[in-house]
Design a protein around this ligand. Structure first.
Ligand SMILES: Cc1cc2nc3c(=O)[nH]c(=O)nc-3n(C[C@H](O)[C@H](O)[C@H](O)COP(=O)(O)O)c2cc1C
Length: 194
């Protein structure tokens, strides 16, 4: 069975909710399943090491997950218009895969959650693509045949799925955001369906 790695970081749960809808899209395609993974927090105390198994939620990602999966959906909250440090910290540990070309030609898509509508979703999504391009991945956005892109009053971009969570992070995922998350998962899965 071909697998799409759904790898995300989420402090308050919004990006995690998006990951669940992307997973739903992936698993709607026959013969493809999602492997959901997250990353530990980074600590200001360099010696502090997280437990190897999180207390709840998705397991922590390993370098083997990148090797074994056929496509990647990468999600992060927006932090000052960029991806969050824990996810970037993990990506900076992938040099061996860069050297060996493990990710070359694998499809990848990105998703993000922000508190505000114009708080840098596109900047974050574009910056998340950069390390994936260095790895030789094939970047997969959302096409305008997804008509929600034309009408959404919340998140959703051609660069990837997005969610406007609100200043207290309490907004539910809107119908448009939900459909676009599912569409991104489906699109990645279709690319690796055998
Ligand atoms: C350090 C920091 C920087 C942030 N920067 C932005 C930002 O640039 N634009 C924005 O709209 N929201 C920003 N936020 C808010 C988060 O992106 C938002 O709350 C997001 O929905 C959190 O996702 P999560 O629930 O998956 O953790 C920031 C939050 C933190 C803690």
């Amino acid at each position: 069975m071909n697998e799409v790695l759904v790898l995300y970081y989420s402090r308050h749960g919004a990006t995690e909710k998006m990951a669940n809808f992307i997973t739903r899209g992936v698993e709607s395609i026959e013969g493809v399943q999602a492997r959901i993974r997250t990353v530990p927090e980074v600590s200001e105390v360099c010696e502090s090491v997280a437990d190897s198994i999180p207390e709840s939620g998705a397991p922590y990602v390993s370098l083997d997950d990148l090797q074994e999966c056929h496509a990647l959906a990468l999600g992060s909250p927006t932090r000052f218009g960029n991806m969050a440090a824990p996810l970037k910290y993990f990506l900076e540990k992938t040099s061996a895969h860069w050297l060996s070309g493990t990710l070359v030609d694998k499809p990848a898509g990105v998703f993000t959650s922000t508190s505000s509508m114009h708080g840098g979703q596109e900047a974050t999504l574009l910056s998340m693509m950069i390390p994936l391009l260095h790895h030789g991945m094939i970047i997969c956005g959302l096409p305008y045949s997804e008509s929600d892109l034309l009408t959404t009053q919340s998140g959703g971009t051609p660069y990837g799925a997005s969610h406007v969570a609100g200043s207290d992070n309490s907004n539910a995922i809107s119908d448009e955001e939900k459909r676009l998350c599912i569409a991104l998962g489906k699109r990645l899965a279709n690319m690796v369906a055998s």
